[in-house]
Write a protein that binds this ligand. Structure first.
Ligand SMILES: C[S@@+](CC[C@H](N)C(=O)[O-])C[C@H]1O[C@@H](n2cnc3c(N)ncnc32)[C@H](O)[C@@H]1O
Length: 271
């Protein structure tokens, strides 16, 4: 199959970025650098290419087919056991890397692929992290990602239900979390690819705030003096998170993404 034929099939399946994705899949299967595929239309005789295109036409996320994704300065393995790390979450990691001291101790709640804990620790000398998730499948991908990025000796992963298990012992310079935050009623409307990712990675209760409320209440006592909680938030959750911070007598600073939408909330105890 030629790249042009793959692109046509992807377009007919409703994939708007069909040309780029056809090249990505070809490059992945044939090992050809993508820049060599822009002005040519080579043919792959590999069954694997046809199969990859077919999977993508069935709206399986490209990253699961390729098996990895770039995030911050690292590369992560991804499988259907974990959420695919998103660009939005890089804002949270960047805040942590630029605002935490060397040797910081970090707690990553709802770690998924491990991207927040691993990229933070990898880019912050001598720092360490404890990362929790309720999914054993996700944790096993996260452990591989810590290994792949050379920080497995600095990140511990443990199976925990963040909503009902007790907070871990110890104190932390920062609690970082991209928890499930989609409103239950909105989840069914999300695009087809999202429904191939684990449902528990998304749904955050009636108003999407279950994890924010619980983590702020039950975990803020684990912060060291001067420490902060950094949450990823949805574009429409600014007032929700500000109310939650106020109820716990904490300050709340909201950072915007490049489109100007609220994306990260930083909560600190009032001094
Ligand atoms: C939005 S994903 C975030 C994954 C990763 N931190 C990231 O930013 O790509 C949320 C994660 O929360 C986990 N999760 C859902 N419910 C949980 C619970 N009650 N306790 C702990 N983790 C939970 C899911 O397994 C999923 O990995």
């Amino acid at each position: 199959m030629r790249i042009s034929e793959a692109a046509r099939l992807l377009r007919e399946a409703g994939i708007s970025t069909y040309r780029e994705e056809a090249r990505r899949l070809f490059s992945h299967i044939e090992g050809a650098p993508e820049y060599t595929l822009i002005a040519s239309d080579p043919e792959s005789t590999s069954e694997a290419f046809a199969e990859a295109v077919e999977r993508r036409c069935k709206r399986e996320p490209l990253q699961y087919i390729i098996g990895e994704v770039g995030f911050y300065k690292e590369t992560y393995k991804v499988t259907p056991d974990c959420l695919i790390p998103r660009e939005d979450t890089e804002i949270l990691v960047d805040y942590a890397v630029k605002n935490l001291p060397r040797g910081a101790r970090v707690l990553d709640l709802c770690t998924g692929s491990g991207c927040i804990a691993v990229s933070t620790v990898k880019n912050l000398p001598k720092s360490t992290a404890l990362a929790l998730d309720i999914s054993e499948g996700a944790l096993s991908v996260a452990r591989e990602n810590a290994e792949k990025n050379g920080v497995s000796h600095r990140v511990d992963f443990i199976l925990r239900d963040v909503l009902s298990d007790a907070a871990p012992s110890g104190s932390f310079d920062a609690i970082l979390s991209n928890p499930p935050y989609v409103k239950d009623s909105v989840y069914p409307e999300l695009e087809a690819e999202v429904h191939r990712e684990p449902r528990i990675a998304f749904v955050g209760g009636e108003d999407g705030g279950d994890f924010y409320r619980h983590i702020t209440k039950a975990y803020s006592g684990s912060l060291k003096e001067g420490g902060f909680i950094a949450f990823e938030i949805g574009y429409d959750q600014r007032s929700l998170i500000e109310d939650i911070a106020r109820a716990e007598n904490m300050t709340c600073e909201v950072r915007l993404d490049l489109s100007g939408h609220p994306r990260v909330a930083i909560l600190r105890h009032k001094s």
